[in-house]
Structures are given as structure tokens and as C-alpha cells.
Ligand binder design. Structure first.
Ligand code: T4K
Length: 366
């Protein structure tokens, strides 16, 4: 089976050499030396002032909102992985959905102001598939209304926007280091912030809110990354460059081989990222009904794809106070037309040829 994602497999001896440190130190968690080393390496990599490693990208979002004291309404979009919306609720706040920009599929800043109420406390944008939100427009709105800004950059670790590392936009930026992400720690995540004060709060929150042996100052949780995950991250770092080059070549190959398949549009990749994780195609409006057929046909040939992101998070069956379709037409359309194709260094030219052939067959093109 050709999977949609595949983790970087680090050199085993290198991974083991990091594990040996954990064994020698008899230290497997609670902010040990491997975690400190990985935090340092990642801070250097993305030029972060503060980067706090946590156990996954979902808890990173929850902690960011909690550290900012966000309890009211959070303006966000439903075109994302469900973890984004769930985190708002777990932090004790309420999601308010607005639509996305049709070209970038990120939150449409032109719609944010109309959604602001006296209860609004934050804007939560998602840098979907490594496409960066309109950070300047969002910041202007936030400044005008005194709102916090959090970016879910689960798909965008190590990305820059017009030359500036994305961690420098907003009050806090969160990352996922799940195995399906290019830089990964098996399970893991991080929060980046330029504010030292916020960073201190976050460090406390990830460790139950314990400040010292004698004092507990926040209602924190257990969000610590283990030394075993940190060892994985340290070993994976050595392979990032190689995987990045393979994916850049694969993106070019897909673009070339799918360029003449009629009935689909190729969604652009990140403008500037060294952790590119998704190759997305969109079925044109009159061919949307063929998406599931294409997915099934590819599966018959052992090629697994994903409808990232369908359903919309606001369609969760327990109900988020679903917005009217009229409020989110672009997100609704995107959730019906996107398909993520296998995107990692194990995808061969033959695989891309097969994918192109299947898509042509289903779409009845050329
Ligand atoms: N915000 C956004 C915008 C996100 O996309 C995510 C997560 C988060 C927040 C939350 O971050 P985390 O709390 O997860 O750190 C996956 C991932 O579990 C999830 O991390 C990711 N986004 C989401 C978009 O996709 P699934 O259910 O599609 O994953 P799964 O297990 O089906 O894996 C996909 C493919 O990857 C499979 O075909 C097999 C392959 N795979 C997977 C794993 C785990 C491997 O080859 N090896 C592996 O170890 O959710």
C-alpha cells in the first residue's frame, strides 16, 4: 500500500545513541536533557525566541489559548483538522466560524470584523497545508479590537512568510510533530511565542502548573514530551534536508504529470517551507461528484489518499452550533473538492504515472 503520508525513518544507530543518553541518565521524561537539546536545536532552526515542546499539536493549541487566558469567543474556520476546533472548546472558549479565502483556503480576514462581538477574545487562524494566513491583515484587526492571535501551524513548521519565520506572527504559534508531519517526534508538538512572559506560563502549564517543589501556581496539565520522543526528533533532524529535497522533486513531478488532467486544479504548495507535507488536488465544480470514485479507484491499486479536510469541523455530529451554509460557502465547497495524494520520498515516478492514469480514467479526460 502506498500511504498518503510516511514518517521519516531516522538512522537507527543515531536514534539508539540518543536513547543511550536517556538510559545512562535514567531519565525518560520531566524535562530531561534530550528535551532541552531538542528545544535548543529547534529554536535555532526556526529562529524562535521561545519554543516549548509538548506532547502533541492538540495540547499545544489548548495550552496556547489557556496561557493567553482566552475563555470567550474565538473566531476561526471549520476548514481544518478537528483538533483545531476541539482545542478551543477544551480551553473553555467557544468557536465562531467564518469562511476561508477561496485561493489560499485560510481564514478570510475580510469576514473577521463582522463576526466580532463583545465576547470575542481571539482569532485562531490555520496555516492550512503550509499556506500562510494573511497575517498582516489579521494583526491589524486584532490590534484594533484588542484581540489575541493564535496560529495553528501544524502543517507549517519551519515555514517563512515573505522572508520572516512564521513563528514571529501572532501571540502564539503551535506546531504538530505527529508522525505524519515531515519533522516529527512520533507524537509531539510545540508552542512558539516571542513573549518571554507567555513562554514562562506555557512551561508551567505543561508541567501541571508546578512552579517549584513548594508551589503550584497554575491549573496546568501533563503536556510534557518524553525523552523517547525527543530522541526521535533529534535523530529525524538529520534527515530533514534529504526528505525536503525528495518532496520538492516530487511536487515538481506531480505538477508536470497532472498538469494536463482536465477536471482538477492543482493546489499550490507552500510559498516558502522546508517541511512540505501535503500534495492537494481540487476537483472542479462540475466534477466534485467524482472525487470519491477517484479515491476508491486509487485504493484498488493500493494507493491511499485522504479527504483532508472533510467533514468540516463544524459538522461534528455532537454539534458546534453549526453555521448556515451561507456563512461558509467556500469552506463547504473546498471540503467537497479536495483530495490529498501520497506525498513523501517513497512515492515513485511510476506511482505518479498510475495516479495520473487513474484520474484521467475517472474524469474521462484526454
Ligand atoms: N491542527 C491541524 C491543522 C492538524 O492537521 C492537526 C493534526 C492538529 C492540529 C493536531 O496535531 P496532533 O495533536 O495530531 O499532533 C492525521 C494525524 O493524526 C494528525 O496529526 C493530522 N493533523 C491529521 C491531518 O492527520 P489521520 O487519522 O489522517 O492519520 P493516519 O494515522 O490515518 O495516518 C495517515 C497516513 O500516514 C496513513 O495512511 C499511514 C501513514 N502513517 C501514519 C502513521 C501514524 C505511517 O506511515 N506511519 C505512522 O506512524 O490523522
Amino acid at each position: 500500500m502506498l500511504t498518503v503520508a510516511q514518517p521519516i525513518i531516522p538512522d537507527f544507530d543515531r536514534f539508539a545513541s540518543y536513547l543511550q543518553i536517556a538510559f545512562a541518565e535514567r531519565r525518560f521524561t520531566n524535562n530531561g536533557p534530550l528535551l532541552s537539546l531538542l528545544e535548543l536545536r529547534l529554536r535555532e532552526l526556526v529562529a524562535a525566541r521561545n519554543l516549548i515542546l509538548v506532547s502533541n499539536g492538540t495540547i499545544a493549541l489548548q495550552l496556547a489559548l489557556q496561557a493567553l487566558g482566552v475563555k470567550g469567543e474565538v473566531i476561526t474556520t471549520p476548514f481544518t483538522f478537528c483538533a483545531t476546533t476541539h482545542s478551543i472548546v477544551w480551553a473553555g472558549a467557544q468557536p465562531v466560524f467564518v469562511d476561508i479565502d477561496p485561493h489560499n483556503l485560510t481564514i478570510d480576514p475580510a469576514l473577521i470584523e463582522a463576526a466580532i462581538t463583545p465576547r470575542t477574545e481571539a482569532i485562531l487562524g490555520v496555516h492550512v497545508y503550509g499556506r500562510i494566513c494573511d497575517v498582516d491583515a489579521i494583526q491589524k484587526i486584532a490590534d484594533r479590537h484588542g484581540l489575541a492571535v493564535v496560529y495553528d501551524a501544524a502543517h507549517s513548521f519551519n515555514a517563512a512568510f515573505r522572508g520572516t519565520p512564521i513563528g514571529q506572527f501572532g501571540n502564539a504559534v503551535t506546531y504538530s510533530f505527529h508522525a505524519t508531519k515531515m519533522f516529527h517526534t512520533g507524537e509531539g508538538g510545540a508552542v512558539e511565542t516571542s513573549s518571554s512572559e507567555l513562554a514562562e506560563k506555557l512551561r508551567g502549564l505543561r508541567n501541571f502548573g508546578i512552579e517549584s517543589e513548594d508551589s503550584i501556581t497554575q491549573c496546568g496539565t501533563n503536556a510534557k514530551m518524553s525523552e523517547l520522543s525527543a530522541a526521535m526528533g533529534l535523530a529525524v533532524l538529520f534527515k530533514l534536508g534529504e526528505e525536503g529535497r525528495a518532496r520538492a522533486a516530487l511536487r515538481k513531478l506531480y505538477n508536470l504529470m497532472l498538469s494536463d488532467v482536465t477536471g482538477i486544479t492543482l493546489f499550490p504548495g507552500p510559498e516558502d517551507s522546508s517541511t512540505d507535507i501535503y500534495y492537494i488536488i481540487r476537483f472542479d465544480a462540475e466534477h466534485v461528484h467524482l472525487r470519491d470514485q477517484a479515491q476508491a479507484q486509487l485504493k484498488l491499486r493500493g494507493i491511499l489518499t485522504r479527504k483532508y479536510f472533510y467533514p468540516l469541523t463544524c459538522d461534528a455530529s455532537f454539534g458546534y452550533g453549526q453555521p448556515q451554509d451561507a456563512v461558509i460557502p467556500v469552506a463547504r465547497q473546498a471540503s467537497r473538492d479536495v483530495l490529498a495524494l501520497p506525498f513523501h520520498s517513497e512515492v515513485s515516478t511510476g506511482d505518479v504515472e498510475t495516479i495520473a492514469t487513474v484520474l484521467r480514467g475517472v474524469l474521462g479526460s484526454n
